[in-house]
Design a binder for this molecule. Sequence first.
Ligand code: HSE
Length: 433
Amino acid sequence: MNEIRIGLLGLGTVGAGVVKILDTHGAEMQERTDCRLTLAAIADADLVREREGIDLARLHLVPDARQVLDDPSIQIVIELIGGLEPARTFILRALAAGKHVVTANKALLAHHGAELFEQARRHRVMLGFEAAVAGGIPLLRAVREGLPANRIASVFGIVNGTCNYILSKMTDERLDFSVVLKEAQARGYAEADPALDIEGMDSAHKLQILAMVAFRTSLDLKDIYTEGITGVAHEDVVNAAELGYRIKLLAIAKASDGGLEARVHPTMIPAQSPLAAVSGVYNAVFISGDNVGNLMFYGRGAGQLPTASAVWSDALEIARRVAHGIPALPVELPSVAKAPLPLRPMDEIRSAYYLRVMALDRPGVLAQVAGILGRHDISLVSVLQKARAEGEAVPVVMLTHDARERDMRAALAAIDRLPVVASRTTMIRVEPA
Ligand code: HSE
Protein backbone atom coordinates (compact mmCIF):
# COMPACT_ATOMS: atom_id res chain seq x y z
CA MET A 1 0.00 0.00 0.00
CA ASN A 2 1.45 3.40 -0.99
CA GLU A 3 2.01 5.90 1.76
CA ILE A 4 0.73 9.46 1.40
CA ARG A 5 2.43 11.94 3.69
CA ILE A 6 0.44 14.94 4.77
CA GLY A 7 1.64 18.13 6.45
CA LEU A 8 -0.73 20.33 8.42
CA LEU A 9 -0.26 24.08 8.85
CA GLY A 10 -2.28 25.33 11.82
CA LEU A 11 -3.55 23.34 14.80
CA GLY A 12 -6.52 25.50 15.70
CA THR A 13 -10.17 24.46 15.92
CA VAL A 14 -10.38 22.89 12.46
CA GLY A 15 -6.81 21.58 12.50
CA ALA A 16 -7.57 19.69 15.68
CA GLY A 17 -10.68 18.32 13.96
CA VAL A 18 -8.52 17.03 11.10
CA VAL A 19 -6.33 15.16 13.61
CA LYS A 20 -9.35 13.74 15.45
CA ILE A 21 -10.98 12.45 12.27
CA LEU A 22 -7.78 10.67 11.23
CA ASP A 23 -7.75 9.06 14.69
CA THR A 24 -11.34 7.93 14.60
CA HIS A 25 -11.85 7.18 10.88
CA GLY A 26 -8.31 6.57 9.63
CA ALA A 27 -8.79 2.84 9.00
CA GLU A 28 -11.88 3.33 6.79
CA MET A 29 -10.32 6.28 5.01
CA GLN A 30 -7.24 4.20 4.19
CA GLU A 31 -9.44 1.41 2.90
CA ARG A 32 -11.40 3.78 0.68
CA THR A 33 -8.33 5.41 -0.81
CA ASP A 34 -6.21 2.28 -0.80
CA CYS A 35 -3.25 4.15 0.61
CA ARG A 36 -1.62 4.67 4.00
CA LEU A 37 -2.30 8.16 5.35
CA THR A 38 0.43 9.63 7.53
CA LEU A 39 0.19 12.98 9.27
CA ALA A 40 3.90 13.60 8.87
CA ALA A 41 4.22 17.01 10.54
CA ILE A 42 2.01 19.67 12.07
CA ALA A 43 3.25 23.25 12.24
CA ASP A 44 1.80 25.73 14.71
CA ALA A 45 3.23 28.70 16.57
CA ASP A 46 1.69 27.43 19.82
CA LEU A 47 2.79 23.88 20.58
CA VAL A 48 1.98 24.05 24.26
CA ARG A 49 -1.73 24.89 24.53
CA GLU A 50 -3.82 21.79 25.19
CA ARG A 51 -6.21 20.79 22.39
CA GLU A 52 -9.23 19.00 23.79
CA GLY A 53 -9.41 15.36 22.74
CA ILE A 54 -5.88 15.27 21.27
CA ASP A 55 -2.72 13.78 22.72
CA LEU A 56 -0.10 16.28 21.54
CA ALA A 57 2.77 14.03 22.63
CA ARG A 58 1.82 11.55 19.90
CA LEU A 59 2.06 14.09 17.09
CA HIS A 60 5.08 15.35 15.21
CA LEU A 61 4.69 19.03 16.06
CA VAL A 62 7.03 21.62 14.58
CA PRO A 63 7.22 25.34 15.34
CA ASP A 64 7.97 26.51 11.81
CA ALA A 65 5.89 26.06 8.65
CA ARG A 66 9.10 25.72 6.64
CA GLN A 67 9.61 22.32 8.26
CA VAL A 68 6.48 21.21 6.40
CA LEU A 69 7.02 23.17 3.20
CA ASP A 70 10.65 22.11 2.80
CA ASP A 71 10.08 18.45 3.61
CA PRO A 72 10.34 16.68 0.24
CA SER A 73 8.54 13.60 1.57
CA ILE A 74 5.29 15.56 2.19
CA GLN A 75 2.94 15.33 -0.78
CA ILE A 76 -0.14 17.13 0.54
CA VAL A 77 -0.20 20.30 2.62
CA ILE A 78 -3.36 21.22 4.50
CA GLU A 79 -3.45 24.94 5.25
CA LEU A 80 -5.63 25.86 8.22
CA ILE A 81 -3.90 28.99 9.44
CA GLY A 82 -6.50 31.33 7.97
CA GLY A 83 -6.02 34.97 7.03
CA LEU A 84 -4.17 36.32 4.01
CA GLU A 85 -0.52 36.24 5.07
CA PRO A 86 1.50 34.19 5.66
CA ALA A 87 -1.07 31.65 4.37
CA ARG A 88 -0.80 32.95 0.79
CA THR A 89 3.00 32.73 0.73
CA PHE A 90 2.95 29.26 2.28
CA ILE A 91 0.44 27.93 -0.25
CA LEU A 92 2.31 29.46 -3.20
CA ARG A 93 5.52 27.84 -1.93
CA ALA A 94 3.89 24.47 -1.38
CA LEU A 95 2.40 24.49 -4.88
CA ALA A 96 5.71 25.59 -6.42
CA ALA A 97 7.38 22.67 -4.64
CA GLY A 98 4.95 20.30 -6.40
CA LYS A 99 2.85 19.65 -3.31
CA HIS A 100 -0.92 19.42 -3.51
CA VAL A 101 -2.74 21.79 -1.18
CA VAL A 102 -6.02 21.67 0.68
CA THR A 103 -7.30 24.84 2.29
CA ALA A 104 -10.38 26.06 4.15
CA ASN A 105 -9.26 29.65 3.74
CA LYS A 106 -12.17 31.46 2.09
CA ALA A 107 -10.77 34.95 2.70
CA LEU A 108 -7.55 34.03 0.95
CA LEU A 109 -9.32 32.40 -2.01
CA ALA A 110 -11.72 35.31 -2.36
CA HIS A 111 -8.82 37.78 -2.45
CA HIS A 112 -6.12 35.78 -4.23
CA GLY A 113 -7.86 32.75 -5.76
CA ALA A 114 -6.83 33.58 -9.34
CA GLU A 115 -3.14 33.70 -8.39
CA LEU A 116 -3.32 30.47 -6.39
CA PHE A 117 -5.22 28.52 -9.06
CA GLU A 118 -2.75 29.75 -11.68
CA GLN A 119 0.16 28.57 -9.55
CA ALA A 120 -1.47 25.14 -9.09
CA ARG A 121 -2.08 24.90 -12.84
CA ARG A 122 1.50 25.87 -13.65
CA HIS A 123 2.88 23.18 -11.34
CA ARG A 124 0.24 20.60 -12.30
CA VAL A 125 -0.92 20.01 -8.75
CA MET A 126 -4.33 20.05 -7.10
CA LEU A 127 -5.75 22.75 -4.87
CA GLY A 128 -8.77 21.61 -2.86
CA PHE A 129 -11.04 24.12 -1.14
CA GLU A 130 -14.30 22.31 -0.37
CA ALA A 131 -14.13 23.40 3.28
CA ALA A 132 -14.02 27.08 2.33
CA VAL A 133 -17.76 27.29 1.60
CA ALA A 134 -20.63 26.06 3.76
CA GLY A 135 -18.50 24.02 6.20
CA GLY A 136 -19.44 20.37 6.08
CA ILE A 137 -21.85 20.57 3.12
CA PRO A 138 -20.16 19.10 0.01
CA LEU A 139 -21.46 22.04 -1.98
CA LEU A 140 -18.59 22.96 -4.30
CA ARG A 141 -18.07 19.34 -5.27
CA ALA A 142 -21.81 19.03 -5.97
CA VAL A 143 -21.71 22.09 -8.25
CA ARG A 144 -18.48 21.16 -10.02
CA GLU A 145 -18.98 17.44 -10.41
CA GLY A 146 -22.74 17.10 -10.13
CA LEU A 147 -23.92 20.00 -12.26
CA PRO A 148 -21.53 20.52 -15.18
CA ALA A 149 -24.38 19.80 -17.60
CA ASN A 150 -26.31 22.84 -16.38
CA ARG A 151 -26.31 26.56 -16.78
CA ILE A 152 -26.80 27.88 -13.29
CA ALA A 153 -29.48 30.54 -12.89
CA SER A 154 -29.04 31.27 -9.20
CA VAL A 155 -27.26 30.29 -6.02
CA PHE A 156 -28.44 31.80 -2.81
CA GLY A 157 -28.73 30.98 0.84
CA ILE A 158 -27.33 31.11 4.32
CA VAL A 159 -23.56 30.60 4.34
CA ASN A 160 -22.47 32.03 7.67
CA GLY A 161 -23.20 29.93 10.72
CA THR A 162 -22.34 32.66 13.20
CA CYS A 163 -24.81 35.17 11.78
CA ASN A 164 -27.47 32.52 11.44
CA TYR A 165 -26.90 31.43 15.02
CA ILE A 166 -27.17 35.04 16.22
CA LEU A 167 -30.29 35.89 14.21
CA SER A 168 -31.99 32.60 15.19
CA LYS A 169 -31.37 33.18 18.90
CA MET A 170 -32.44 36.84 18.65
CA THR A 171 -35.69 35.67 17.06
CA ASP A 172 -36.48 32.56 19.08
CA GLU A 173 -35.16 33.49 22.50
CA ARG A 174 -35.46 37.28 22.25
CA LEU A 175 -31.79 37.60 23.24
CA ASP A 176 -29.54 40.56 22.56
CA PHE A 177 -27.01 40.55 19.75
CA SER A 178 -23.90 40.82 21.95
CA VAL A 179 -24.91 37.95 24.27
CA VAL A 180 -25.45 35.60 21.35
CA LEU A 181 -22.23 36.63 19.59
CA LYS A 182 -20.26 35.59 22.69
CA GLU A 183 -21.97 32.20 22.64
CA ALA A 184 -21.15 31.69 18.96
CA GLN A 185 -17.50 32.51 19.64
CA ALA A 186 -17.37 30.10 22.57
CA ARG A 187 -18.70 27.34 20.32
CA GLY A 188 -15.93 27.88 17.78
CA TYR A 189 -18.23 29.03 14.95
CA ALA A 190 -16.95 32.58 14.62
CA GLU A 191 -13.85 33.69 12.74
CA ALA A 192 -10.79 34.74 14.76
CA ASP A 193 -11.99 38.26 13.98
CA PRO A 194 -15.79 37.99 14.35
CA ALA A 195 -16.22 41.27 12.47
CA LEU A 196 -15.71 39.16 9.33
CA ASP A 197 -18.87 37.24 10.24
CA ILE A 198 -21.15 39.98 11.48
CA GLU A 199 -20.14 42.56 8.86
CA GLY A 200 -21.02 40.05 6.13
CA MET A 201 -17.49 39.69 4.72
CA ASP A 202 -17.26 35.96 5.44
CA SER A 203 -20.47 35.44 3.46
CA ALA A 204 -19.11 37.62 0.65
CA HIS A 205 -15.91 35.54 0.55
CA LYS A 206 -17.97 32.37 0.24
CA LEU A 207 -20.29 33.88 -2.36
CA GLN A 208 -17.29 34.96 -4.43
CA ILE A 209 -15.92 31.39 -4.42
CA LEU A 210 -19.30 29.77 -5.03
CA ALA A 211 -20.20 32.17 -7.85
CA MET A 212 -16.82 31.62 -9.51
CA VAL A 213 -17.40 27.86 -9.51
CA ALA A 214 -21.11 28.01 -10.40
CA PHE A 215 -21.06 30.75 -13.05
CA ARG A 216 -17.46 30.34 -14.25
CA THR A 217 -16.92 34.03 -13.98
CA SER A 218 -14.36 36.14 -12.18
CA LEU A 219 -15.90 38.30 -9.55
CA ASP A 220 -14.08 40.98 -7.63
CA LEU A 221 -14.86 40.89 -3.94
CA LYS A 222 -15.30 44.65 -3.85
CA ASP A 223 -18.07 44.35 -6.44
CA ILE A 224 -20.18 42.16 -4.16
CA TYR A 225 -22.57 44.43 -2.30
CA THR A 226 -22.03 43.49 1.37
CA GLU A 227 -24.07 44.48 4.38
CA GLY A 228 -23.79 42.60 7.69
CA ILE A 229 -26.18 42.08 10.57
CA THR A 230 -24.89 44.70 13.01
CA GLY A 231 -27.64 47.10 11.96
CA VAL A 232 -30.45 44.57 12.51
CA ALA A 233 -32.27 45.85 15.55
CA HIS A 234 -34.17 43.64 17.90
CA GLU A 235 -37.25 45.63 16.96
CA ASP A 236 -36.94 44.59 13.32
CA VAL A 237 -36.57 40.92 14.23
CA VAL A 238 -39.81 41.20 16.22
CA ASN A 239 -41.61 43.19 13.52
CA ALA A 240 -40.54 40.66 10.89
CA ALA A 241 -41.96 37.81 12.99
CA GLU A 242 -45.24 39.67 13.48
CA LEU A 243 -45.53 40.22 9.74
CA GLY A 244 -44.94 36.51 9.03
CA TYR A 245 -41.26 36.80 8.04
CA ARG A 246 -37.84 35.88 9.39
CA ILE A 247 -34.62 37.87 8.95
CA LYS A 248 -31.67 35.90 7.58
CA LEU A 249 -28.30 36.98 6.26
CA LEU A 250 -28.47 35.79 2.65
CA ALA A 251 -25.75 35.52 0.05
CA ILE A 252 -27.39 35.86 -3.36
CA ALA A 253 -26.03 35.43 -6.89
CA LYS A 254 -28.47 35.46 -9.80
CA ALA A 255 -27.85 35.41 -13.53
CA SER A 256 -30.36 37.37 -15.58
CA ASP A 257 -30.42 39.44 -18.77
CA GLY A 258 -26.86 38.43 -19.54
CA GLY A 259 -25.57 39.81 -16.24
CA LEU A 260 -24.85 38.56 -12.73
CA GLU A 261 -26.00 40.17 -9.51
CA ALA A 262 -24.08 39.28 -6.35
CA ARG A 263 -25.01 40.59 -2.93
CA VAL A 264 -24.95 39.79 0.77
CA HIS A 265 -27.40 41.46 3.14
CA PRO A 266 -29.95 40.83 5.87
CA THR A 267 -33.08 39.67 4.10
CA MET A 268 -36.67 39.16 5.18
CA ILE A 269 -38.04 35.87 3.91
CA PRO A 270 -41.51 34.38 4.46
CA ALA A 271 -41.71 32.36 7.69
CA GLN A 272 -42.92 29.34 5.69
CA SER A 273 -39.90 29.36 3.34
CA PRO A 274 -37.57 26.37 3.87
CA LEU A 275 -34.72 28.83 4.47
CA ALA A 276 -36.62 30.35 7.40
CA ALA A 277 -36.50 26.97 9.15
CA VAL A 278 -32.71 26.84 8.91
CA SER A 279 -31.57 27.81 12.36
CA GLY A 280 -28.49 27.90 14.55
CA VAL A 281 -25.19 27.15 12.90
CA TYR A 282 -26.80 25.39 9.94
CA ASN A 283 -26.27 26.63 6.40
CA ALA A 284 -28.59 26.09 3.46
CA VAL A 285 -28.05 26.92 -0.18
CA PHE A 286 -30.52 26.80 -3.06
CA ILE A 287 -29.17 26.25 -6.53
CA SER A 288 -31.20 26.45 -9.69
CA GLY A 289 -29.85 24.85 -12.88
CA ASP A 290 -31.56 24.82 -16.26
CA ASN A 291 -31.57 21.04 -16.59
CA VAL A 292 -31.66 19.86 -13.00
CA GLY A 293 -34.21 22.39 -11.68
CA ASN A 294 -34.08 23.47 -8.05
CA LEU A 295 -31.77 21.92 -5.45
CA MET A 296 -31.38 22.63 -1.78
CA PHE A 297 -28.26 21.79 0.25
CA TYR A 298 -28.46 21.82 4.01
CA GLY A 299 -26.03 21.04 6.81
CA ARG A 300 -23.61 22.33 9.39
CA GLY A 301 -21.83 25.33 7.97
CA ALA A 302 -19.27 25.80 10.71
CA GLY A 303 -17.70 23.96 13.60
CA GLN A 304 -14.71 21.72 14.12
CA LEU A 305 -15.75 18.32 12.80
CA PRO A 306 -18.05 19.39 9.94
CA THR A 307 -15.34 21.64 8.50
CA ALA A 308 -12.65 19.00 9.06
CA SER A 309 -14.90 16.50 7.27
CA ALA A 310 -14.82 18.76 4.19
CA VAL A 311 -11.03 19.15 4.48
CA TRP A 312 -10.65 15.38 4.46
CA SER A 313 -12.95 15.04 1.45
CA ASP A 314 -10.37 16.99 -0.58
CA ALA A 315 -7.33 15.42 1.07
CA LEU A 316 -8.65 11.90 0.42
CA GLU A 317 -9.54 12.65 -3.20
CA ILE A 318 -6.02 13.94 -3.74
CA ALA A 319 -4.42 11.09 -1.78
CA ARG A 320 -6.32 8.50 -3.84
CA ARG A 321 -5.18 10.06 -7.07
CA VAL A 322 -1.57 10.54 -6.02
CA ALA A 323 -1.34 6.99 -4.67
CA HIS A 324 -2.69 5.57 -7.92
CA GLY A 325 -0.88 7.86 -10.33
CA ILE A 326 -3.96 9.74 -11.61
CA PRO A 327 -2.66 13.11 -12.86
CA ALA A 328 -4.09 16.49 -11.89
CA LEU A 329 -5.90 18.05 -14.83
CA PRO A 330 -5.73 21.83 -15.24
CA VAL A 331 -9.45 21.92 -16.16
CA GLU A 332 -10.31 20.66 -12.69
CA LEU A 333 -9.38 24.02 -11.23
CA PRO A 334 -11.84 26.91 -11.44
CA SER A 335 -11.54 28.85 -14.66
CA VAL A 336 -13.40 31.66 -16.36
CA ALA A 337 -15.75 30.85 -19.26
CA LYS A 338 -15.14 32.27 -22.75
CA ALA A 339 -18.04 34.65 -22.25
CA PRO A 340 -18.05 35.52 -18.52
CA LEU A 341 -21.10 37.25 -17.11
CA PRO A 342 -20.77 40.99 -16.52
CA LEU A 343 -21.70 42.13 -13.03
CA ARG A 344 -24.95 44.07 -12.67
CA PRO A 345 -24.55 47.09 -10.39
CA MET A 346 -26.48 47.01 -7.12
CA ASP A 347 -28.49 50.07 -8.23
CA GLU A 348 -30.09 47.92 -10.92
CA ILE A 349 -31.39 45.08 -8.76
CA ARG A 350 -35.07 44.75 -7.96
CA SER A 351 -36.45 43.70 -4.61
CA ALA A 352 -39.34 44.27 -2.26
CA TYR A 353 -38.47 46.26 0.87
CA TYR A 354 -39.31 46.53 4.55
CA LEU A 355 -38.98 50.05 5.93
CA ARG A 356 -39.14 51.27 9.51
CA VAL A 357 -39.56 55.03 9.45
CA MET A 358 -39.29 56.90 12.74
CA ALA A 359 -41.89 59.58 12.07
CA LEU A 360 -43.71 62.10 14.21
CA ASP A 361 -47.19 60.93 15.15
CA ARG A 362 -49.02 63.80 13.50
CA PRO A 363 -51.70 64.19 10.78
CA GLY A 364 -50.37 64.19 7.23
CA VAL A 365 -46.98 62.61 8.00
CA LEU A 366 -47.79 59.28 6.41
CA ALA A 367 -49.03 61.06 3.30
CA GLN A 368 -45.66 62.83 2.95
CA VAL A 369 -43.71 59.57 3.24
CA ALA A 370 -46.04 57.67 0.92
CA GLY A 371 -45.92 60.59 -1.53
CA ILE A 372 -42.13 60.37 -1.79
CA LEU A 373 -42.30 56.60 -2.35
CA GLY A 374 -44.95 57.08 -5.04
CA ARG A 375 -42.88 59.72 -6.84
CA HIS A 376 -40.03 57.19 -6.98
CA ASP A 377 -42.24 54.54 -8.53
CA ILE A 378 -42.46 52.52 -5.31
CA SER A 379 -45.78 51.00 -4.44
CA LEU A 380 -46.79 50.02 -0.90
CA VAL A 381 -48.21 46.64 0.12
CA SER A 382 -48.91 47.45 3.78
CA VAL A 383 -48.36 50.08 6.44
CA LEU A 384 -48.42 49.55 10.18
CA GLN A 385 -47.96 52.19 12.85
CA LYS A 386 -46.35 50.42 15.79
CA ALA A 387 -47.21 52.85 18.62
CA ARG A 388 -49.18 56.00 19.44
CA ALA A 389 -47.47 59.02 20.96
CA GLU A 390 -48.90 62.23 19.61
CA GLY A 391 -46.21 64.69 18.57
CA GLU A 392 -43.41 62.17 19.17
CA ALA A 393 -41.50 59.87 16.82
CA VAL A 394 -43.04 56.43 16.47
CA PRO A 395 -42.04 53.48 14.26
CA VAL A 396 -44.05 53.22 11.06
CA VAL A 397 -43.44 49.90 9.34
CA MET A 398 -44.00 49.59 5.59
CA LEU A 399 -43.73 46.76 3.08
CA THR A 400 -43.34 47.63 -0.59
CA HIS A 401 -43.84 45.82 -3.87
CA ASP A 402 -40.78 45.10 -6.00
CA ALA A 403 -38.88 48.27 -6.76
CA ARG A 404 -35.54 49.25 -8.19
CA GLU A 405 -32.73 49.70 -5.65
CA ARG A 406 -31.73 53.05 -7.17
CA ASP A 407 -35.26 54.39 -6.72
CA MET A 408 -35.45 53.08 -3.16
CA ARG A 409 -32.19 54.77 -2.18
CA ALA A 410 -33.27 58.07 -3.67
CA ALA A 411 -36.64 57.80 -1.90
CA LEU A 412 -34.96 57.01 1.44
CA ALA A 413 -32.66 59.99 1.14
CA ALA A 414 -35.70 62.21 0.57
CA ILE A 415 -37.68 60.60 3.41
CA ASP A 416 -34.81 61.04 5.87
CA ARG A 417 -34.62 64.74 4.94
CA LEU A 418 -38.25 65.33 6.01
CA PRO A 419 -38.40 67.41 9.21
CA VAL A 420 -41.04 64.99 10.54
CA VAL A 421 -38.64 62.03 10.33
CA ALA A 422 -36.59 61.77 13.52
CA SER A 423 -33.82 59.30 12.61
CA ARG A 424 -32.41 57.27 9.76
CA THR A 425 -34.95 54.90 8.22
CA THR A 426 -34.21 51.19 8.50
CA MET A 427 -34.45 49.30 5.21
CA ILE A 428 -34.34 45.51 4.82
CA ARG A 429 -34.76 43.79 1.47
CA VAL A 430 -37.50 41.19 1.18
CA GLU A 431 -37.08 38.09 -1.00
CA PRO A 432 -39.76 35.52 -1.81
CA ALA A 433 -37.17 32.71 -1.11
N1 HSE B 1 -17.21 31.83 10.72
C1 HSE B 1 -17.74 30.93 9.77
C2 HSE B 1 -19.24 30.81 10.03
C3 HSE B 1 -17.08 29.59 9.91
O1 HSE B 1 -19.71 31.31 11.05
O2 HSE B 1 -19.92 30.28 9.19
C4 HSE B 1 -17.28 28.70 8.72
O3 HSE B 1 -16.77 29.24 7.56
